[in-house]
Design a protein around this ligand. Structure first.
Ligand code: SF4
Ligand code: SF4
Length: 225
């Protein structure tokens, strides 16, 4: 019959008009006054007294509150955490990266000449816009200076801003990774509440003492030999 297809199509539209909405607003969602008062743990009267504008927006359901989803501590996020104090600028991470997206530029620092001299890092860039998060760079790091953190909210409007440079890596929050770090699980680590501001907090081993190094590489070999 002519027009039956139109009726069928409109019936689907009409049905969906009354079904619940599954859209989840993230990272903020709009709520009404009651939900907002529950969120900030204040009564509606307090909100009215302290912030009438928010009160009015709450009446029309337009107050925004942040939404955070529960995250499993073992989650490996799409960010990098770099401990510059542990990094020797050896560039193993850059060499192992199959996409060649880690760029390291160094110059001789003129320190520790007897031990072979240190390198100062001028540039340490990771282009996360092209990264496939395989983790080979993390595995390649001999000094435990790089890992993938638990953060993932790194959405950006420009690909250029996805390049993590030395300054960003140094200044950003140090979110620990539970990848190969079961100690976080046993410590009941909560990625939403904790941060690892330096490499010692992150459960990394200490630099061995001179005595221990000598024991391992000199004394033991003498006895074995
Ligand atoms: S995770 Fe993989 S692709 Fe990304 S920087 Fe490391 S080695 Fe390269
Ligand atoms: S492999 Fe580790 S120590 Fe070497 S440059 Fe990369 S982060 Fe630094």
């Amino acid at each position: 019959m002519l027009g039956i297809g139109l009726i069928k199509g409109l019936s689907v539209t009409f049905k969906n008009l009354f079904t619940p909405i599954f859209t989840i607003q993230y990272p903020d969602k709009k709520v009404g006054l009651l939900a907002y008062s529950k969120h900030i743990n204040k009564s509606i009267f307090q909100i009215l007294k302290e912030n009438p504008k928010i009160f009015l927006m709450g009446i029309i359901g337009m107050v925004t509150i942040p939404v955070k989803i529960d995250q499993f501590p073992r989650f490996r996020g799409n960010e990098f955490v770099w401990y510059d104090d542990r990094c020797t600028a050896c560039a193993s991470c850059a060499k192992y990266c199959p996409l060649g997206i880690i760029e390291i530029v160094t110059h001789p620092a003129g320190e520790n000449m007897q031990a072979g001299e240190n390198y100062a890092i001028d540039k340490f860039d990771i282009d996360t816009g092209r990264c496939m998060f395989c983790g080979l760079c993390v595995e390649a790091c001999p000094y435990d200076a790089l890992h993938m953190g638990t953060d993932f909210e790194r959405g950006n409007y420009s690909r250029v801003n996805l390049v993590l440079d030395k300054e960003t890596l140094t200044s950003q929050d140090k979110n620990p990774s539970s990848w190969f770090r079961p100690q976080f699980e046993s410590n009941e680590y909560n990625p939403w509440e904790e941060s690892m501001s330096n490499s010692k907090d992150a459960g990394r081993h200490e630099k061995p003492s001179y005595q221990k190094i000598k024991e391992k590489w000199v004394n033991k070999r003498k006895t074995d030999g």
